[in-house]
Ligand binder design. Sequence first.
Ligand code: SF4
Length: 341
Amino acid sequence: MAAPMNAPARIPNPTTDWQQQQRAARLSTGELLAGLGLSAADFPHGVIAAPDFPLSVPPHFRSLIRAGDPHDPLLLQVLARGEEALPQPGRLTDPLEEADYREAPGLLRKYRSRALLIASGACAIHCRYCFRRHYDYGEAMLTRSREAEALAAIAADPGIEEVILSGGDPLSLPDERLAALVMSLEGIAHLTTLRLHSRTLTTIPDRVTPALLALLSATRMQVVIVVHTNHANEISDAVAAALGRLRQAGVTLLNQSVLLAGVNAAAPVLAAHARRLFAAGVLPYYVHLTDPVAGAAHFDVDEARARAIEAELRGVLPGYLVPRFVREVPGRDSKTPLSAL
Ligand code: SF4
């Protein structure tokens, strides 16, 4: 049985060291549930005790989950529920066919003016809907020894204006490693913009270290960080303060979400999220429809429902707060708006 609802989870967070918090994120399904006063019986299909894609939930994110609430929108993003093991026909391990876009080790080219570096295979948080949850990072990740080939490919193509650091999560890298990578990119004259996609910043706000701020404010490149949050409850005061420090360092902040059944698939929920983002200085950018990745079908929201949510959002939010609803279709040279599907 669930414990009384709405009490915040009591998660000790005795350190401001973000790397320690990243290490403390690993825990078992049983430990996560016990800390919230829940059990497998609180979920219709139970839970998976030892999933192949292991649980990773940083203490700060855990502290934002309501104890005793099996429907908590943050919990549902990180808990391995029994639905993952149900038959899911048509689901894929590489739903975006990314293996086809590998131009050099660690380098993906999907779009002409942008290049994506898989800077790290690690993430602070493991999101159950992740389209790279089966990704073979061992083969595809940028490492120091493989870096020269990827950087040479970028340097050889003056059409590339922007490098995107992705992963995994590029901010799971230590500041020194990140600084070395940014310095190498700075040496490529035709690069004007550095973009990072990260969920570490909002799940471990202490990741916004003085060294990171110094690095991002010193580069000659325009810096854009796309944070990944799916629900207003993720943007705690500590997260908002960390985002504020990034803005003061001159970073442009955008957010992308995934439309997730049971988490945020309702216009009032997304509207509250957009307002909370804006209050923290972040503009809503994309809402992605889920990719057909194996093990995550229970998060799917059909296109008709997504269209209705998007239309409703337009009615309640100013245009600049309405994110673009998109799906990534392998082979297309940009994300596909829902209206064009
Ligand atoms: S942080 Fe991003 S890459 Fe990492 S598990 Fe979550 S969705 Fe996937």
